[in-house]
Design a protein around this ligand. Structure first.
Ligand SMILES: Nc1ncnc2c1ncn2[C@@H]1O[C@H](COP(=O)(O)OP(=O)(O)OP(=O)(O)O)[C@@H](O)[C@H]1O
Ligand SMILES: [Mg+2]
Length: 310
């Protein structure tokens, strides 16, 4: 597949698909999900760019850097997305929000989109202008949420006794606004997928309640609920060496022998990818190796134009 050849509802798209990992709740798994989705898409033969808009933490940037470093130190080939990040100084101020700089940033992302099949954007766990900007450009929004009513609360308030949904919370409004404005300005749909993260193997009463409430809310807000990702130590260990559950676990990639937990993690991520309903052509697999070599050789940490430093 060449950049821009993504087909949607019978029409040819001029641009790649923008996938945003977003949720105002911090620590819900946005960065982990973004990296896994990016590597899964590269593995299936697509050109993938990643954009880190979490200018405070830059965790996705670190993840990609760790991956590059680990591959170098081990002498192994690990595919790396074409990575971009905003400079650390991109703080939200009235001057910035109201300036032309936002438009420049939008144009920067639009040009990345024009030259890749997929752009995966990681966002901060807060309602910042960078996060809103990303939500407004999303074709697919993946919102990981920890399996807890504390996380559910950023979507909607729930009556503690009846479990009735009492009203939507601020993050739900942000997404609904983004969806509305995208529809009006570009006639494009935002596909919103909520993923329960860090689930425990045995569903407790609390988790069943969360499941019920989420399904009820999904109809009201128009999101889909994907199968969940379990709590696994492996996900925490992956970051420092930049690997994912999708990587080939042989040839010293993990630095240790793979366990059943690694394989289960891989299954779960593949399940998530399936739930996203992207057109992943099997024949792309053949191009994957060539693309993998190319990506690994050309990818460098490239910053978006340093528009905030002026
Ligand atoms: N399924 C999982 N099992 C175990 N640990 C996980 C899982 N998913 C994420 N984690 C860990 O939870 C922490 C938060 O994950 P992550 O950084 O991806 O969340 P985030 O939403 O990007 O956070 P922030 O809002 O701070 O940017 C990290 O330490 C990560 O390794
Ligand atoms: Mg993060």
């Amino acid at each position: 597949m060449t950049a821009g050849a993504w087909t949607s509802i019978g029409r040819r798209r001029a641009n790649g698909r923008v996938i945003v990992c977003g949720n105002e709740k911090g620590g819900s798994g946005k960065t982990t999900t973004a990296m896994h989705i990016a590597i899964a898409l590269i593995d299936s033969g697509h050109s993938v760019a990643t954009v880190d808009l979490d200018e405070r933490q830059l965790s996705l940037t670190r993840y990609v850097e760790n991956r590059r470093r680990w591959a170098q130190s081990k002498g192994i080939a690990l595919p790396v997305p074409h990575h971009f990040h905003v400079p650390p100084a991109a703080r939200e101020t009235a001057a910035v929000v109201n300036s032309l700089l936002v438009r420049e940033l939008k144009e920067g992302i639009a040009s990345i989109r024009a030259s890749h099949d997929f752009v995966v954007i990681d966002t901060p766990g807060a309602n910042t202008f960078l996060s809103r900007l990303a939500h407004g450009m999303a074709d697919t929004l993946i919102s990981p949420m920890n399996d807890s009513f504390v996380d559910f609360d950023v979507l909607a308030k729930v009556d503690p006794l009846s479990q009735e949904i009492l009203g939507y919370s601020q993050y739900a409004s942000v997404v609904l606004d983004a969806r509305r404005s995208r529809l009006h300005s570009e006639n494009a749909n935002l596909d919103w997928v909520v993923v329960r993260n860090r689930m425990f193997p045995l569903a407790s009463r609390n988790e069943r309640k969360i499941d019920n409430s989420l399904r009820q809310l999904s109809t009201d807000l128009g999101f889909r609920v994907a199968d969940g990702i379990s709590e696994r130590v492996a996900f925490r260990e992956f970051f420092t060496i930049g690997v994912t559950a999708l990587d080939d676990f042989e040839n010293q990639v993990l630095g240790t022998a793979p366990t059943m937990s690694h394989l289960m993690a891989r299954q779960e991520i593949r399940g998530l990818l399936k739930a996203l309903h992207f057109p992943l052509d099997e024949s792309n697999q053949r191009k994957a190796d060539a693309r993998r070599r190319h990506t690994a050789s050309v990818s460098r940490p490239i910053a978006l134009p340093d528009i905030f430093a002026k």
